[in-house]
Design a protein around this ligand. Structure first.
Ligand SMILES: NC(=O)c1ccc[n+]([C@@H]2O[C@H](COP(=O)([O-])OP(=O)(O)OC[C@H]3O[C@@H](n4cnc5c(N)ncnc54)[C@H](OP(=O)(O)O)[C@@H]3O)[C@@H](O)[C@H]2O)c1
Length: 153
C-alpha cells in the first residue's frame, strides 16, 4: 500500500528551493517514528537536500539515470515500477516527496499523513491539491502542527 507523508503550511508550501522552510523537531520525530522499518520513496532533489540514506528504512530514490550516485539507496527510474511492485502489497511504502514525486504518486496513494504546520512560511514548492479526493478521518494536534490522516474517498 502506498501512503504519502508530508508537512505543509496553511498554503500547502512544502519547500523553499531545496530546503524545508521550518525546523520542527517534533515533526521530524513523527516522520522518523512513522517511517522506520518501512520502505521510503523520494526524488533525487530531496535525496540531495537530505544528503544521505535515512537509517533503518529501505531507501528508494527516483532518478531518470540508473547510475545516479546515492549510497545505501536503490535507484528506480520510473514511478510505474514502484506502483507495480507495491500497490497491492501489504507492506506500507511511504512516498516522501518532493513536489514532483507527490504529484505523480497522489493518484496511487490510499492514504495521506499530513502534518499541517500552523504558521505560514515563505516558499516556492507546493504540495498538490488533494481535498477533493481524500477525506480526513483522524487528527492529532501538536504544538506547532496538526497531524491529519486522510483516506482516499
Ligand atoms: N515538507 C515536506 O514534507 C517535504 C518533503 C520532501 C521534500 N520537500 C521539499 O520538496 C522540494 C523538492 O521537490 P522537487 O519537486 O523540486 O524535487 P524531487 O521531487 O525531490 O526530485 C525531483 C527529481 O526526481 C526525479 N524524478 C522525478 N520524477 C521521476 C520519474 N517519474 N522517474 C524517475 N525519476 C524521476 C528527477 O531526477 P533527475 O532529474 O535527477 O533524473 C527529478 O528531477 C524541496 O524544497 C524539499 O525541501 C518537502
Amino acid at each position: 500500500m502506498l501512503k504519502a507523508i508530508v508537512a505543509h503550511d496553511p498554503n500547502r508550501v512544502i519547500g523553499n528551493n531545496l530546503d524545508i522552510p521550518w525546523h520542527i523537531r517534533e515533526d521530524f520525530l513523527h516522520f522518523k517514528e512513522t517511517t522506520t522499518g518501512h520502505t521510503i520513496v523520494y526524488g533525487s532533489k530531496t535525496f540531495t537536500s537530505i544528503g544521505k540514506a535515512l537509517p533503518n528504512r529501505k531507501n528508494i530514490v527516483l532518478n531518470f539515470d540508473k547510475n545516479f550516485d546515492a549510497p545505501g539507496c536503490e535507484i528506480v527510474t520510473s514511478i510505474e515500477e514502484i506502483v507495480e511492485r507495491y500497490k497491492d502489497s501489504e507492506d506500507v511504502v511511504f512516498i516522501c516527496g518532493g513536489a514532483s514525486i507527490y504529484k505523480q504518486f497522489l493518484p496511487y496513494c490510499e492514504e495521506l499523513i499530513i502534518s499541517e504546520v500552523k504558521k505560514e512560511y515563505e516558499g516556492n514548492v507546493f504540495f498538490p491539491e488533494y481535498k477533493d479526493d481524500f477525506v480526513c478521518y483522524k487528527e492529532d494536534e501538536r504544538e506547532e502542527f496538526i497531524i491529519k490522516y486522510y483516506k482516499k474517498k
